[in-house]
Ligand binder design. Structure first.
Ligand code: 13P
Length: 248
């Protein structure tokens, strides 16, 4: 199991110091679950220092698809590695939606992170409109295939994919465990068609309004191997409870 907290554009130095201090203690004994936090990039150095003695891992919410050069405002995969980032989110729906990230750009970011030794977490998910039009599997299939075509199935060995239906993000509307499982099962099947061993090694996270009171139902599903948590990851007590439910 892997429980990841995406803090998005929230926090300040004092608040993050406090959150990390509390989590380092409350999550100390969860030895069966990998836990990772994703602060805004400015706070990665602070997070690295605060988690120095902790098993909690950390990563970046985004990275440049380019390895270096004249790209004002961007941060490269090598820079993330330099600051000991274990992980990087790629293709979060907010990046696709507000920053026009295409599947092709997402694939480049995935490949770039991996090349630098930073584990990418590929985020995919359909909008409400697409779900209502019964296009969910088509959209998910396309988002997945575009990356697979660029990086190849072997790049997913021990990899992580987060299924985050856009309509469930920050809305309080969670996909039911059955709805999530249906898509997770589909993703696993798509990967199995390429390589069954790789498919089994991939952790599939669910994201979208995961809270302490709905996590256990989701975690009980066969193909749900953890969660990517937004809002509830900013509250130490909530996030700890979610991690606790993944400890199995
Ligand atoms: P919420 O948990 O706030 O819905 O956010 C989910 C998310 O986007 C995590 O990446």
């Amino acid at each position: 199991m892997l429980v990841a907290g995406n803090w998005k554009m929230h926090g300040n130095r004092a608040g993050i110091a406090h959150l990390l201090e509390v989590l380092s203690t409350t999550c100390r004994d969860f030895d069966k679950v990998d836990i990772a936090v994703f602060p805004p990039s400015l706070f990665i150095q602070q997070t690295a220092e605060a988690l120095n003695q902790s098993t909690i891992q950390f990563g970046a919410q985004n990275l440049s698809p380019h390895s270096e050069g004249a790209y004002t405002g961007e941060i490269s995969a090598a820079m993330l590695k330099d600051f000991q980032c274990d992980w990087a989110l790629v293709g979060h729906s907010e990046r696709r939606q507000y920053y026009a990230e295409t599947d092709e750009i997402v694939a480049e970011k995935f490949a770039g992170a991996q090349k630098a030794g930073v584990q990418p977490i590929l985020c995919i998910g359909e909008t409400q409109q697409q779900r209502e039009a019964h296009q969910t599997m088509e959209v998910i299939g396309h988002q997945l295939t575009t990356v697979l075509d660029v990086v190849g199935i072997d790049a997913f060995l021990n990899g992580v994919i987060a299924y985050e239906p856009v309509w469930a993000i920050g809305t309080g509307l969670t996909a039911s465990p059955e709805q999530a499982q249906e898509v997770h099962g589909f993703i696993r099947d798509q990967l199995t068609k390429k390589d069954a061993d790789v498919a089994q090694s991939v952790r599939l996270l669910y994201g979208g309004s995961v809270k302490a009171d709905n996590a256990s139902g989701l975690f009980a599903m066969a193909d749900i191997d953890g969660a990517l948590v937004g809002g509830a990851s900013l509250k130490a007590e909530q996030f700890t409870k979610i991690c606790q439910q993944a400890q199995r």
